[in-house]
Write a protein that binds this ligand. Sequence first.
Ligand SMILES: [Zn+2]
Length: 505
Amino acid sequence: MAKVNRPAQPSSDRLARLRGELESYLDEISLAYYQYGAGLSERFSLRPLAEKYHHLFSPDTIRSLLDWLRDDPSPEQDFSLAQLADALLDGYISSSLAEPIEQLSHTVATMKVEVGSRRVSWLSLPALVAGEPVREKRLMISEQELAGHATLSPPRRRLWLEERRLLEELGIPSVISRTELLTPIRHEEIRRLAVTILERTERIHREELYRVADRLGVASDQLHHSDFQYLARLRELDGVFPAARMQGLMLESLRRMGIELGDLPNLSIDFTDRPSKSPRAFCVALSVPGDVRAILRPMGGYQDLSTLFHELGHLLYYGHMSPHLPLEVRRLGDSALHELYAFLLQYITAKPAWLTGIAGLDGEAVEQLMPRLRFIKRTMVRRYAAKVVYELKFHRDPELGEELAELYCHLLTSTTGFYHDPRRYLADLDQNLYSAHYLRAWVGEAQLNRYLSRQFGESWFLDPRAGELLTSWWRRGQDRTLDQFLTELGLGGVDPAPLIEELAA
Ligand SMILES: [Zn+2]
């Protein structure tokens, strides 16, 4: 029975105007983010945008959309309105906090530290840690990074608290209720998913930690996160994957899937080295699908290559979307679906047939490499499962104080086996429970990989028919949630069994 007193839905004219303006805003903020991240500007300029789009982010508009959504939702129509509300809410928060966000990003981008006799950007420390084979030096560089996090904690804490205050003013008690209302994340479900993955991969992970510690010559209870960063960097493969080879490997892999990057002038990859370029690779759409860019600072090595393929997944997905799709389906939607394609492309580089057939490693080298790649992936997945559990607690804590720092350290250290320093408790988390999207995407990637293997064989990524199928999915954009997509394929929604099986092997 229809409810009679449901608030009036915004008129279609009003929604069309809203979409138009929101899209211009998203294009412009992406440009600002691109310029900052690509090292073309030292400032992440938010204030001019906050002023220009002030009228778009009116609390009244957001409140009326939220009221409509809270009241007896009918999924199809409401998913699209939820996307709009979510994007408006993001815009409202970043405009309201434009000044402190700008300041913090400027501080981070300009922080310098001494490493040995060199003065380097604080942002480059994780890469230095990962590349440092001498453990004492590694720990020393890591300590400098942690000291930076300690300095950044007060402004970060203020920002988190401010964001929470803004949400409360709009009648949203927490980030958890926000994501529950506006995204496909259901916090009880995601917590169960995280706990299941942790429990089912616990024993094998413990066993392997002993072997890993042994190789490093460290007691297994003394392993440090910087040791994992070093192991995950796989320096011994640097010779096989020099920076100069990245582009060729990427083009060749896509070609085998029947995709010619040269036929897609709307996509570009920025490999140029600039001193203040973000060391963390990212993909940004200045318009979708018109101008999509991946930004990397390749040092060479397997990890860089794997990151390149991850960003390539985002790039191809955005780049193939039909320009006629509504804003929600091109720009917004379920982030887990985006990360699904990013992981799908990323893990092609961890397949024996890719490593031998395309990268040219010999069979024996690949055989030795496989357990290490599995260990790295398992640690990453466990880390993110722990982050989900931590972040659910984080968003419920009113103070965001020391106790959370201790909880962060305990949860992340006990699940990964690598010490996670409490000083990172406000830094090692993304906006709006994004870790939950990653976790769902990892689960979905294992399911999709199995599906593609059944259709086209284990080496599906060497078959142009697989490329054709992927392209046909990409064209539809984000028109469904990850669950709906996996259900459509007959895989019964998000199911962790294939991922657990893979990680427990
Ligand atoms: Zn991604």
